[in-house]
Design a protein around this ligand. Structure first.
Ligand code: CFM
Length: 540
């Protein structure tokens, strides 16, 4: 990173080749991070449409609803109403793992359920086929629940999936059937799908069972999806500390967990972006408060466990948690010190999703690495700047399209657990997420919805030691002789959560950035004598 251009100059360089209108829009989404005396950071544009022509990292609304929020639950049949192409993504394309209680317990995650819409269904309507498919799935598996997910054409032809779901729920006495209007084109990214998934789960599932599991300290974990086994690690840690996990939304979960999710003493929010709506709605209706946790990074994990202990304010629990942290940190520190000796001072860039680009900075910091640029694909301003900016976020037409449920305290079930004042007295940040930018250094670059072109410019100019993104970006990054760590799928590795996960991650990064193979790469087009073509954009 010697002689690298200043971030202000690089920011201009990233948009230099765009048409003026696109450049102007992108400059609102590319920010040089600074903090004023109060800790406030500059405003960043986020959750806006991607300009046509830009190669974005983003996915669609259906991906956020079906894939992200509902996908990791094993005993709900997720039935995709749409053409078979979309349905491919109904089948194990995300590494959300699950562990049924017994080998023959229900697990539908290995199946692909689809209505396989064809030409004639598009012309004459697909409701009949949907009814048949629900019936067929029920007859074959007798599941406790069936979720129906609309893909783009369903919205265009106007199938009433909610009416079909209601009708079939009545018919299949005892099987909960509900539907999601999560057509791919809704909203500007998969973020819209998260919101739709949250709404429907809240309306149709959460609150159906008021019996919490036994235990003195009960928490629900929101926004942990068990990629690469992260949730297994978190479950193990909570159990070791004597904390009862009421439900997880939705890694390694079952519908029975969702039904009782509102019975915890407190909700712990891991991925704020994908699940904050459920956290807020449960609080409003049932009185369960929430605070933010982060189990990515050993220090963050310790802090999160301490937060839970502080909430319960029980000397025995505090002692157990402290002893557990001390024991785990001894192992973590030994590996961190060794890895740090080879990674100190190296640089990382993180461009992923709606929470990991923030959370993983902790892990890099623990081995002495600096995050010089980061950004989300689809997060909102509150994930960047902190929830304090929520009142100033303008609701645009795309966001207005997503239903906002009017939630009121339940006349019978509402039971406040603890007052906001008591939470503050215990040092707990009630209902808050401070966001990514306040925790990043000044003069780092924050880029929302980064494009492929900007990625390449960043790589050429600032040459980080590791770039974190996903499979779509991976090989384009590696062609620059820079290793790419996938933070969605973990490159088939992981888990990375908790103390054990931190150790896995340190070792993985050490291996990647200190491998000499990257220094040996000369791409064919840079080799002597190879024909070389360069092109410029033609502007009208
Ligand atoms: Fe939350 Fe996620 Fe993420 Fe997300 Fe995702 Fe994911 Fe992600 Mo891929 S829910 S926002 S929509 S932490 S699938 S488990 S890795 S983009 S940063």
């Amino acid at each position: 990173m010697k002689n690298r251009p200043a971030p202000e100059r690089l920011r201009e360089q990233l948009v230099k080749r765009y048409p003026a209108k696109v450049a102007k829009k992108r400059l609102g989404q590319i920010v040089v991070n600074t903090k004023d005396a109060s800790g406030a950071v500059p405003e960043i544009k986020a959750n806006t449409r991607t300009s046509p022509g830009i190669i974005t990292q983003r996915g669609c609304c259906y991906a956020g609803c079906k894939g992200v929020v509902l996908g990791p639950t094993r005993d709900i049949i997720n039935l995709v109403h749409g053409p078979i192409g979309c349905s491919f993504y109904a089948w194990l394309t995300r590494r959300n793992q699950t562990r049924p209680e017994t080998p023959d317990a229900e697990n539908f995650m290995t199946y692909c359920f689809s209505t396989d819409l064809r030409d004639e269904d598009i012309v004459f309507g697909g409701e009949k086929k949907l009814r048949q498919a629900i019936q067929e799935a029920y007859d074959l598996f007798h599941p406790k629940a069936i979720g129906v997910f609309a893909t783009c054409p369903v919205g265009l032809i106007g199938d009433d999936i909610h009416a079909v779901a209601r009708e079939m729920k009545e018919k299949l006495n005892g099987c909960n059937v509900f539907a999601f209007s999560c057509e791919g084109y809704k909203g500007v990214s998969q973020s819209a799908g998260h919101h739709i998934a949250n709404n429907q789960l809240f309306k149709h599932v959460i609150g159906l069972n008021d019996e919490p599991p036994a235990g003195r300290f009960k928490v629900t974990l929101l926004g942990e999806y068990n990629i690469g086994g992260d949730a297994f690690i978190i479950e193990e840690m909570l159990a070791a500390c004597g904390i009862t996990l009421v439900a997880t939304l939705s890694g390694n979960s079952t519908i029975a967990q969702f039904e009782r999710a509102h019975t915890a003493d407190v909700n712990c929010v891991m991925c704020h972006r994908s699940i904050n709506y459920v956290a807020d709605m449960i609080e409003k209706k049932y009185g369960v408060p929430w605070f933010k946790v982060n189990f990515i990074g050993a220090n963050a994990t310790a802090k999160s466990l301490r937060r839970i202990a502080a909430f319960f304010d029980d000397p025995q629990l505090t002692q157990t948690v402290e002893a557990y942290i001390a024991e785990q940190m001894a192992q973590v520190n030994a590996v961190a010190a060794d890895v740090r000796s080879r990674c100190e001072g190296k640089t990382a860039m993180l461009f992923v999703g709606g929470s990991r680009a923030h959370h993983y900075q902790e892990l890099f910091a623990e081995i002495g690495m600096k995050t010089v640029a980061a950004g989300y694909e689809f997060a909102h301003r509150d994930d960047y700047e902190g929830r304090r900016v929520l009142p100033s976020i303008k609701v645009d037409a795309d966001s207005r399209n997503i239903e906002e449920l009017d939630v009121q305290p339940d006349p019978v079930k509402y039971r406040p657990r603890i007052s906001p004042e008591e939470m503050a007295a215990r040092g707990l940040p009630h209902k808050d997420y401070t966001g990514m930018m306040p925790e990043m250094d000044d003069h780092t670059l924050v880029i929302d919805d980064i494009s492929e072109h900007e990625t390449q410019e960043l790589l050429h100019t600032w040459r980080p030691d590791v770039f974190c993104a996903g499979i779509k970006e991976k090989y384009g990054v590696q062609k620059n002789g820079i290793p790419c760590k996938q933070l969605h799928s973990y490159d088939y590795g992981g888990p990375y959560a908790g103390f054990k996960g931190a150790i896995n991650f340190y070792r993985e990064i050490d291996r990647m950035i200190n491998a000499t193979v990257w220094k040996m790469i000369t791409p064919p087009w840079r080799q002597n004598g190879m024909p070389h073509l360069e092109a410029e954009y033609v502007r009208s």
